[in-house]
Design a protein around this ligand. Structure first.
Ligand SMILES: C[S@@+](CC[C@H](N)C(=O)[O-])C[C@H]1O[C@@H](n2cnc3c(N)ncnc32)[C@H](O)[C@@H]1O
Ligand SMILES: [Zn+2]
Length: 283
């Protein structure tokens, strides 16, 4: 499994696999949840008892991905993944797998779709229990961790070959800490016209905003070299259920219910668009 480190304050020792859980050399133990993930979150790491995405958003995203709405993006990302991990034949882990981190992995569909043959070196982290449960059920061979990406990550310094953050958190100093020299980072963020048709109907104006240049600047000033940007874009038809899920997973459901502007729609064509970035951790 992906090597993790202890999250008890200031301990940081390597967690070893025991019969029923994980333990460090200082006697700190972590049980495996019956759904197959590791909870390494400490009480001080939680902002509230319901941290991470709300269950409704996680389940909406799960249904959305199950319907195949991200299949085009997955195909688009495959060559990026090949580029990012082809240079790592796993020197230090002693396994055949490079170490891969999916930060803010959500319900976990992207992991097996992009890294199927690398389960041994793969770790997904999310702060939603519902999300990591679904992820662990979907790909039990990989390592799934409940932890807060906005706190210290349960991962050793300079140990990760490839980190991905797809529409999730980007704690740059932590990513820089855990990345090996020349480790790669793949970032995806919603592009300016992602779901623009939906946003135009639910907000008084469909606000367009491109974020990727700012993200590149942030990474540049934290020890990363920018390698590549591409825009992925696709038009799809949504039926009523898919419209509802799109609203719920982008946190617009509440606002939508107040405005009720989409009630009469039974289907809708929308644009899906993501800015995808590849960065290299400079030595
Ligand atoms: C928009 S979703 C994207 C999920 C997944 N990457 C995908 O594309 O399907 C963002 C995810 O970040 C998680 N998240 C939010 N705050 C977090 C935190 N502080 N630490 C870890 N995960 C967090 C949410 O629970 C949610 O699953
Ligand atoms: Zn410990």
């Amino acid at each position: 499994m992906f090597e993790l480190r202890c999250t008890v304050r200031k301990c940081h020792a390597t967690l070893q696999r025991q019969e029923n859980g994980l333990a460090c050399s200082h006697g700190h133990n972590f049980d495996r949840a019956k759904q197959g993930y590791w909870s390494l979150v400490q009480p001080q790491d939680r902002k509230s008892s319901k941290a991470g995405d709300a269950d409704t958003a996680v389940l909406a995203r799960h249904r959305w991905l199950q319907r195949g709405h991200a299949d085009g993006l997955i195909e688009f990302l495959k060559p990026w993944v090949t580029k990012a991990i082809s240079c790592f034949p796993s020197q230090s882990t002693g396994t055949n797998s490079p170490r891969i981190l999916d930060l803010g992995c959500g319900e976990g569909s992207f992991g097996p779709a992009l890294f199927e043959s690398y389960a041994e070196g793969f770790c997904g982290i999310d702060l939603s229990k519902r999300a990591v449960r679904l992820a662990a059920q979907g790909w039990p061979q990989a390592t799934w961790v409940l932890a807060n990406a906005d706190r210290t990550l349960p991962i050793h310094d300079a140990s990760v070959d490839c980190a991905i953050s797809l529409f999730g958190r980007r704690p740059i100093s932590e990513l820089a800490r855990i990345s090996k020299p020349d480790g790669k980072c793949i970032i995806a963020v919603p592009a300016e016209d992602d779901l623009i048709e939906l946003r135009e109907r639910t907000q008084s104006s469909g606000h367009r905003r491109s974020r990727w240049e700012m993200i590149v600047e942030q990474f540049n000033s934290s020890g990363y070299q920018f390698l590549e940007h591409q825009l992925w874009k696709q038009q799809i038809n949504l039926d009523r259920d898919a419209i509802n899920d799109a609203l719920a997973m982008t946190y617009r459901a509440a606002r939508y219910s107040q405005q009720a502007r989409l009630e009469s729609l039974s289907e809708m064509q929308v644009t899906l668009a993501a800015d995808v970035l590849l960065l290299n951790r400079t030595a």
